[in-house]
Design a protein. Structure first.
Lengths: 257, 257
DNA sequence: GATCAATCGAGAACAACGTTCACTTTGATG
DNA sequence: CATCAAAGTGAACGTTGTTCTCGATTGATC
């Protein structure tokens, strides 16, 4: 559809001049689409408006994307990648000490991205928009990125003894198969209960962020600085509840606003 | 707009024959709209399709609703009310013993409604659809209903000593004003920390449900019975983390599937 | 450098959508 | 019966996403 490998002179060189120009225009389309979505508030992409903004004809866009949904899908994948990279970098930049600092760095980077890009957050973590638009195969790896980064930090906390999950028999036996299935990589040093904790942590995280971004949280707590503080407090409480030592949690420093 | 009191013969009688017929048609519109949304999967209401299904002209619908958004708003308010009543009844029907049974009854009723009405759940707890469609004044009381019911049970648990919240000074001082503001009704026997717990519990609940309904949760745990079990487990863990006695939580019985 | 095919873009057209407006029909009320 | 507001029709308007045809532009090839 969108330029597979061409029969160029040098077969290894996949980016001919044409292809680069093509990709540049495609990126401009995505960029303008993002801007319009942010400006008009609505999260429904207007194809003709994008063309108008670019000084093009609506039909010309079809040289770059097969449909409106295809553009949306591209935006979704890009958003997944963007937030994933943001969180990864925030974690990597934090010190590797025996505290919750790294985890806090990750979740705060996630929250910051979410409140700064509410429409893109809604695109990927909100109501699935059309029927089902996400071609799982393409977007799955991108979608997992943020979760994988956070999961990695939890594993590290468990490995280093910072977080001690409860006994496996505290989680209902019926759930064990499903939880074990989650660890595709069966290097599973991780106890089942820790996997359950990871999923629960993810749910709390998503719940906190979507409550705030979508306005389903009581107003007084949704604001900028207050929202950030309450988020921080909630995450720390959750970590303690998960079995991380209280002093390790409190020793963790949150990134500045 | 939609039939205020008419100058009928009996001024006290607000429902003349006409008005009843009017309301009946309006309800049919809502009903058909709900069915189409469920059938076509999409959560974007198609006005002309509704009219078609009813054997009417699209313009005729405007005798009943001022716009497409008005219908959506009506659906949203109705959904709020429906889930609110469902949860209220489930709680009321549960025994008043010294366990988590009532809370479990409430959250399971919530979950059941959510998975059985995914589109309506998305309508009220998903991405806000257009710019901002919800006229707060009208829908606020309906929107609060479910949360208020759950909140009431938490208060009861605190009052009866079943749930002992941590000291107030464990929650950051900067958050106290906002949290106190949440208790409009200043009969506030409730400690600030309990308010924080209530909000957090709400976030976990919403996070768990939207993860499952919107498919943002790892697949193995999203299924029907497994999903229900994991949800139950998560809620119980959360209650324990909040300070409810472990044996009281475990003594609670969940409603059957 | 001329040639040729692939690409790019324009422009008109189509169906479908939400909405408006002028009009008939209808059915209860004086 | 006469009246008059409500209910409903049908045509129209401005949008939207999408398709198709047809020139123009471009980049590689002889």
């Amino acid at each position: 559809m969108v330029g597979t490998a061409s029969a160029g002179t040098t077969p290894g060189r996949t980016s001919s001049r044409r292809q680069r120009r093509h990709e540049a225009t495609a990126e401009e389309i995505r960029q303008v689409a993002r801007e319009l979505m942010a400006r008009d508030g609505t999260s429904s992409l207007n194809l003709r408006a994008v063309a108008r903004e670019m000084g093009m004809t609506p039909s010309a866009l079809y040289r770059y994307y097969a449909s409106r949904d295809a553009i949306l899908t591209a935006l979704i994948i890009e958003a997944y990648d963007q937030v994933g990279e943001t969180v990864e970098q925030a974690i990597a930049a934090a010190p590797l000490d025996a505290s919750s600092t790294r985890i806090l760095a990750g979740v705060h980077a996630f929250r910051r991205w979410a409140v700064e890009h509410p429409h893109e957050f809604g695109l990927i973590y909100g109501t699935p928009v059309p029927g089902y638009e996400a071609p799982r195969t393409e977007s799955l790896s991108a979608a997992m990125r943020t979760g994988a980064a956070m999961f990695g930090e939890l594993v590290r906390a468990v490995d280093s003894g910072l977080l001690v999950p409860p006994d496996d028999d505290t989680v209902p036996a019926e759930l064990h198969p499903s939880l074990r299935e989650l660890l595709l990589d069966p290097r599973a040093e991780l106890p089942i209960s820790a996997v359950a904790l990871a999923v629960q942590f993810w749910m709390v995280l998503l719940g906190a962020l979507s409550s705030e971004v979508f306005g389903h949280k009581p107003e007084p707590l949704a604001g900028g600085e207050t929202g950030r503080l309450f988020f921080d407090y909630t995450i720390r409480q959750t970590l303690i509840a998960m079995g991380m030592a209280r002093n390790a949690v409190e020793a963790g420093v949150s990134p500045p606003a």
